[in-house]
Each structure stands twice: as structure tokens, then as C-alpha cells.
Design a protein around this ligand. Structure first.
Ligand code: GLP
Length: 287
């Protein structure tokens, strides 16, 4: 039998590597409560705003719903939060219902007390797209860097719009989307790939790695190969999520289905770890 303290200290050192947290159906609640804890603590301890990197996609929707609930219950405020969204389509105005700008306001910002001047979303209609990307990086730096970067993952392991083959040292830039991403995204554009944007502005892999902490959400069997590569594969630009292995505080939060390609011993290993992530899981299981 381990002594709890010893396990905790041991895992403090083990945490200088990538972590997998299997939360099953609590994936959204866990993430929202974890963010709530970090934002609230930061507010108590410092005047510096808490800087959050945010994603779009279907997976984060559950997290936004839980965060809105926390706000409405009076448990969380976003007045000290500054946000930077990961990516945006090129060519869509912010009023376009499929733009990421519209998505963020519709699903999240319009329902919480965040100051609109603290919201940063790349402008895919900017006259000078390169300048837009450079300024975005500068704004992140001016805010002192991202505290927590929340993200999802594509079936092929892409993060934000960093497609397979993206440089692991890339910063915010214009990116041509690959065919499978365009096909996946066409579900939001009448299933018509000719209507689906093929260019995007995206944070780079290095921009994401520069965050002090990274949380990636993965739900469903379709993400299980990406999760397997991320945890058990080697670092490769052909599977951008594997770059997280170079980060010292990155966690993939997933459900059981997303672990289907992992070895049993890998799952057992991560399930035995006791740390602030597993403590939060215990907490959300009881509420
Ligand atoms: C798009 C977004 C990514 C997101 C991915 C998966 O490519 N740019 O940020 O992670 O979709 O989205 P979903 O959660 O819908 O599977």
C-alpha cells in the first residue's frame, strides 16, 4: 500500500510529462469545474487577468454549457478573464453563422459577464491576413501569455487548424485546410465542400505549446486513434497533437470511447495517478 503523501510527491515529478484523464461522461463538467477553480483562484491571488485560449467545434459545446451554468449559479465570473480563440475561417464575416466568431458569441460570450474588449478572435476578413496573425501573437504576449489553453482534436490529430505536416514551431498564421478537414467541416455548410472555407487563420503549434497549461478534450471512438498517437506514439508533425508530449503541463481529458486504441496497461497507469486532476474528478463525481 502506498502512503498517499508519497504518491502525491511522486506524481508531482511524473507530471513533467503528458497526462491522460479518463472522465467518461463527466468530461464537460470536469473541464468547467477545473477552469472555474483556476479562474477563481487567480482572481483571489492577483490583479493580473486570467488568460484563456478557447476552441470551437462540437466537443467544447458541453464545456461552454457547464461554464454558463456556473456563472448563472453565481459560482464563477469572467470579469478578470481575457480570451484568445484558436482559429477562424478566412473569408467569413463575424456575423456569418458558421464563423467561429459567431459561434463563440452565440454559444458562450453572450451568456456570461466577460468584457467584450477582453475577447480576441482572429479576423478572417482582415485586409492583411499576415499582419492580423502577427498582431494576434503580439496581443497574447502583451497579456503575459496564455494561462490555460483549452482545445479539441481532429480525427487525424490536428489541433486548432494545424493540419498534419504543420511545423511544430509554427506560430499564428494562414493555413490551407486538408481535404479530410474540409469534408468534416462541410457538415456546417450544407454538406457542400464547395461552400466550405479551405483557408483558415490559426494559432500555431508553438503558440499552443507556449501556454502554461494545456487541456485537450477528446470524446468518441472517432478520436481514439488521435489519442493513441498522442499518448503512445512518437512526436511527429504528421500528428500535431503529439507535440503535447513536449509540454510539462498538458492533459487530454477524454471519455471511455476515446481510449479504445490504448493499451490496457496505459489506461491502468493513468487511472492510478493521484494529482489535482484526479482530485477534481472525485469532486465532480460527488456533485
Ligand atoms: C476543427 C477545429 C478544431 C477542432 C476540430 C474537432 O478542425 N478547428 O479546433 O478541435 O474541428 O472538432 P469537433 O470537436 O467538432 O470534433
Amino acid at each position: 500500500m502506498y502512503n498517499y503523501q508519497i504518491v502525491y510527491i511522486k506524481n508531482y515529478y511524473e507530471r513533467l510529462s503528458m497526462r491522460l484523464l479518463i472522465t467518461n461522461e463527466l468530461i464537460y463538467k470536469w473541464t468547467a469545474y477545473y477552469l472555474c477553480k483556476k479562474i477563481t483562484l487567480a482572481h483571489k491571488n492577483s490583479n493580473k487577468p486570467f488568460v484563456l485560449g478557447l476552441p470551437t467545434g462540437s466537443t467544447p459545446l458541453g464545456v461552454y454549457k457547464e461554464l454558463i451554468k456556473l456563472y448563472k449559479n453565481g459560482q464563477l465570473s469572467f470579469t478578470n478573464v481575457v480570451t484568445f480563440n484558436m482559429d477562424e475561417y478566412v473569408g467569413l464575416s463575424k456575423e456569418h453563422p458558421q464563423s467561429y466568431n459567431y459561434y463563440m458569441h452565440h454559444h458562450f460570450f453572450d451568456h456570461v459577464d466577460i468584457d467584450r474588449k477582453n475577447v480576441h478572435i482572429l479576423n478572417g476578413k482582415a485586409k492583411n491576413l499576415e499582419k492580423e496573425c502577427l498582431q494576434f501573437e503580439k496581443k497574447i504576449a502583451d497579456c503575459g501569455g496564455i494561462d490555460i489553453m483549452l482545445g479539441g482534436v481532429g480525427v487525424d490529430g490536428h489541433i486548432a487548424f494545424n493540419e498534419p505536416g504543420s511545423s511544430l514551431s509554427s506560430l499564428t498564421r494562414i493555413k490551407t485546410l486538408n481535404h479530410s478537414t474540409i469534408v468534416a467541416n462541410s457538415r456546417f455548410f450544407d454538406n457542400d465542400i464547395s461552400k466550405t472555407p479551405y483557408l483558415a487563420l490559426t494559432m500555431g503549434i508553438q503558440t499552443i505549446l507556449n501556454a502554461r497549461e494545456i487541456i485537450i478534450l477528446a470524446a468518441g471512438t472517432q478520436k481514439s486513434l488521435a489519442v493513441h498517437q498522442a499518448i503512445e506514439g512518437g512526436i511527429s508533425s504528421m500528428c500535431p497533437i503529439t507535440a503535447l508530449q513536449m509540454h510539462n503541463k498538458a492533459v487530454i481529458v477524454c471519455d471511455k470511447l476515446a481510449t479504445h486504441e490504448l493499451k490496457v496497461k496505459t489506461i491502468d497507469y493513468f487511472e492510478d495517478i493521484i494529482d489535482e486532476y484526479s482530485d477534481m474528478l472525485k469532486y465532480v463525481k460527488n456533485i
